[in-house]
Design a protein around this ligand. Structure first.
Ligand SMILES: Nc1nc2c(ncn2[C@@H]2O[C@H](COP(=O)(O)OP(=O)(O)O)[C@@H](O)[C@H]2O)c(=O)[nH]1
Ligand SMILES: [Mg+2]
Length: 192
């Protein structure tokens, strides 16, 4: 897909505040600080669309961005920050787990995983939860520019073995834009 317009639509702090418009929703989820806001800004080529921060755990809202006036990109709260040892469902937050489970308009979940740490417990648990909910999902390996050549192939192999049911795995750098066109091509399949 080609992104011609991207605008902030609304933030919701509870299920009842979600948009009433029925449009396909492509959802972005991952640990806090994984690079989600940077990825959204880089995908939409719009600095400051999603706020980026080096302080993890600050965003507790579901943010909706209207793309090409016809679908939403949805920025979910990051998980894994101040994880206090409750059931994993609770550690992700009720809002996040309910939204993923019950929101009818979701066409795809994009799970962001830090390239330097593939196969972390919370990410693996999120994949299990997505499968339990019957959600199609793809993986984006973020901050790929931080890896050496040998780390890249190793990380990729680890990810392929623990994400066997993912629709795709894309290596991404928001700094260089590497992976952007590959990811947009994948999203095309879920945008209507
Ligand atoms: N090297 C590198 N750093 C990144 C990349 N994407 C994000 N970061 C850094 O990672 C930190 C967290 O990014 P942010 O987008 O706010 O993460 P979020 O919490 O998942 O939304 C920031 O310091 C970013 O500058 C990337 O592709 N490469
Ligand atoms: Mg963010």
């Amino acid at each position: 897909m080609n992104i011609t317009s991207a605008e902030f639509f609304l933030s919701a702090s509870a299920i009842k505040g979600l948009p009433e418009e029925v449009k396909p929703e492509i959802v972005f989820v991952g640990r806090s600080n994984v690079g989600k806001s940077s990825l959204l800004n880089s995908l939409c080529v719009k600095k400051g669309l999603a706020k980026t921060s080096s302080t993890p755990g600050k965003t507790r809202l579901i943010n909706f961005f209207l793309i090409n006036k016809e679908l939403f990109f949805v920025d979910l709260p990051g998980y894994g920050y101040a994880h206090v040892g409750h059931a994993e469902r609770e550690s992700w937050g009720q809002l996040l787990s309910d939204y993923i489970r019950y929101r009818k308009q979701i066409s795809l979940v994009v799970l962001l995983v830090d390239s330097r740490h593939p196969g972390m417990d919370l990410d693996t648990q999120m994949m299990e939860y997505l499968e339990f909910c019957g959600r199609p999902y793809g993986i984006v390996m973020t901050k790929y520019d931080k890896l050496t050549q040998s780390e890249k192939s190793k990380a990729r192999k680890t990810m392929e073995s623990c994400a066997a049911n993912a629709k795709f795995i894309v290596n991404y750098s928001s700094f260089s834009g590497a992976g952007r066109s590959g990811l947009l091509a994948q999203l095309d399949n879920y945008s209507q």
